[in-house]
Design a protein around this ligand. Sequence first.
Ligand code: SAM
Length: 360
Amino acid sequence: MMTEQAQVDFKIERLPKSLQSTFRELYTNGNGHTDYLRPNKIYHGDARDLLPQIEPNSIALSVWSPPYFVGKEYEAYLSFEDWQDLLATVIRLHFPIIQPGGFLVINIADILCFRDPDMPRIQAEAVNKKRSPVTREDVLQAMTEYPTYNRYQLAKLLGCSEQTIDRRLHGNNIRGGKYEPQTRVKVVGGLIEAWGMEAGFYLYDRRIWVKDAAWENSRWASLSYRSVDEFEYLYFFWKPGITKYNRERLSPEEWSEWGSRGVWQFPSVRANDDHEAKYPLELPLRTIRLLTDPEETVLDCFIGSGTTAIAAIQTGRQYIGIELEEKYVTLSNTRIKSGTQTTYIAEPEMEPYADQSSRT
Ligand SMILES: C[S@@+](CC[C@H](N)C(=O)[O-])C[C@H]1O[C@@H](n2cnc3c(N)ncnc32)[C@H](O)[C@@H]1O
């Protein structure tokens, strides 16, 4: 589908020099494609191949949740370097296709179990756990009597664990499972911010989504001071241009309950039986209602089970979905067919509301 190039409606000279040539190029030559991806369809393929086939300046909002690099099946093809490259590339490819004044919203979490081979492997002392009565002298005595025994055989002989043998011989500061790298937290916000800024976007807002506490995912909860996994982030990137600021998109109650709030609270999807990591419908619904108008096009290039498309349809927006795995394309289409009638979306009340000056 070839449509006319949008007209730039603000002075390109107001942009930083580095962005002026990109804008001029986009508004005069497009991206070289003549047959753009049509809205209201889920496309099967790699986001990196398909994003360049989207019409420049045509997307009012792109909202997605990428692979988080937390060991899910659908991200098994990625090393940490590949993962960084995927996200940086996808963010960069968004800049031409987002309409000026439009938004890219990324939902992501920090990596709570990031394997770091350089992290010192020092065993914590669980003071409330029953300590083995086996002493260093017991181990040394057994070694004298059975000089060929390894630590597993010594452990069996003395009725303790091989970690106890290790600790009695080498001190308490050697981690029992010392052959496995330690895990630490990897904060991803700085990476996302840098990739967005390099692409030409500005970080406009960041919110926190408080979900239900995932005790079952917190292998360490009872053995350390770490907190359980119970929140994620939403990073809002803005592409320079005129942003339409319409206070009537939400009711006054919605503005005060979530529209203007930095913390959103709603439960995550409990039954991830058909997809490993669906986000709840509420997440794209709120984002779409806050940042777009009916008929505008919403993109999700990691659409998984189709949640963003369902939110777009329910709010009268158009959508483009991209997904790497064919089974999820099928799942999205099935959910779109059956799930679009299920949630009622309240039209905001058109009441006058105190104006606040826009940040853009
Ligand atoms: C966190 S899930 C998104 C779930 C989605 N928000 C939902 O509610 O169902 C990330 C999705 O990205 C897909 N994916 C991974 N790499 C991709 C790539 N290179 N291009 C497009 N999709 C990809 C995965 O198959 C997975 O379905």
